[in-house]
Design a protein around this ligand. Structure first.
Ligand SMILES: Cc1ncc(COP(=O)(O)O)c(C=O)c1O
Length: 397
């Protein structure tokens, strides 16, 4: 049922106070900010220094971001680019060939898979793990064929996938691995930055991401030849001024974006720690509400909580997830659904839907994201706790 449909609420049994959605008093009159993306004076100063310099193209600030973000991610090379979708394209093109079958998550943002299609490859959907929402490598192993050449795995919501399992399957079948870390800046796995693993790792710096510059992206890798190929592809295969040895694109970043990225990177480690502390506060609230489950993390992974995504057991409540979220909004708690459809159920990807990802399909009606950022206060958590408990009690089956 969509958020706009009429609620089908059966009479309440044990509700203590009237929900704001039914005319009661909201827990908070003003909604809690869902995210915190505002620039600081330091970011503005960094951007305006570039504007004043007149050096607007990709130059020193992009290079600085590449060097610092590579180091922070545990990768040897980092190449900035225009956005996270270009980053996927730049990583896939040298590693995957048209006609290859690529194992892809059924539960992710579309770009992870649409760029596999754009490369002329065949996406083979792999189901999600119901507790972590990450790609299920046991399902992936069952879907390997003689044509499988790669794995495109998303570190979703800020949580690394089971990298050991991905790398083991890749090694067994000689597959290339690209990790989509658009949502997972500075995440670690078994103590190492996620840039240390796989053939390439891609990032998005879209405005709402943990490291947001407006638009922007990057690719990391540890292989010198691959880094060279990606740099050539990024800039029209140009090996010398107006000498083009390969067909490529203009997927470059610019120095205004680079400067904002560098400035924001200064604060990212602290902000990430705050997100992790906030996730622990949420876990305590959610664990105490039967029917709601906090997101589990992959063993060995340190998540950076781009999103804090809760799973709702809809059999434990009298309303759908969308109605539950509508009531939360009325109490002052905005939510968002990432994602309202599994990828095999996207019309654009229907050709590759083999109807064998039941967990991902079910997640689309179960999950919702709560406000998550570094500016959440104790007062916000008081409101969050009260609103979640109020709505859950009112709608308990
Ligand atoms: C998992 C994932 N991959 C790729 C992208 C694409 O990044 P961009 O919007 O920068 O092109 C996003 C952006 O939302 C994403 O969340």
């Amino acid at each position: 049922m969509s958020a706009t449909s009429a609620p089908t609420v059966r009479p309440s049994t044990g509700n203590t106070s009237t929900l704001a959605v039914s005319g009661g008093t909201p827990v908070s009159k003003s909604p809690i900010p869902f995210m915190s993306t505002a620039l600081t004076p330091a970011d503005i100063e960094a951007a305006s220094a570039v504007l004043k310099s007149g050096m607007l193209r990709a130059a020193k600030k992009c290079e600085e971001l590449e060097t610092r973000f590579a180091q922070a991610s545990g990768a040897k090379h980092m190449m900035t680019c225009a956005n996270g979708t270009c980053a996927l394209q730049l990583a896939y093109e040298p590693l995957f060939q048209p006609g290859d079958e690529i194992l892809v998550p059924a539960w992710s943002y579309i770009a992870t898979v649409s760029m596999v299609v754009a490369r002329g490859c065949t996406p083979v959907f792999v189901d999600a793990i119901p507790e972590t929402f990450q790609i299920d490598m046991k399902d992936a192993a069952k879907k390997v064929t003689s044509k499988t050449r790669g794995i495109a795995a998303t570190h979703l919501y800020g949580c690394p996938v089971d990298i050991d399992a991905v790398q083991a399957l890749a090694q067994k079948h000689n597959l290339k691995v690209v990790y989509d870390a658009a949502q997972s800046h500075l995440a670690t796995y078994k103590g190492n930055g996620i840039g240390a693993f796989g053939d390439a790792v891609t990032y998005s710096f879209y405005a709402t991401k943990n490291l947001g510059t407006g638009e922007g992206g990057s690719i990391s890798c540890n292989d010198d030849a691959l880094a060279k190929s990606i740099k050539l592809l990024r800039s029209h295969g140009e090996t010398d001024k107006y000498l083009h040895e390969h067909i490529g694109y203009n997927y470059r970043m610019n120095d205004i974006t680079g400067a904002i990225g560098c400035s924001r990177l200064d604060r990212l480690p602290d902000q990430t720690k705050t997100r992790q502390k906030n996730a622990a506060k949420y876990d305590a609230i959610i664990n105490a509400i039967p029917g709601l489950t906090p997101p589990a993390t992959t063993p060995g992974a340190e998540a950076v909580y781009h999103l804090y995504v809760v799973k709702m057991d809809t059999t434990k409540f009298r309303v759908s997830r969308d109605e539950f979220c509508k009531a939360l909004m009325a109490e002052g708690v905005p939510t968002a659904v990432h994602y309202p459809r599994s990828l095999p159920k996207q019309p654009a990807l229907a050709k590759w839907n083999t109807n064998d990802c039941p967990v991902a399909d079910k997640l689309s009606s179960q999950v919702f994201a709560l406000p998550m950022h570094h500016d959440l206060t104790d007062e916000h958590f008081r409101i969050l706790g009260e609103a979640l408990n109020k709505v859950a009690a009112a709608y308990r089956a």
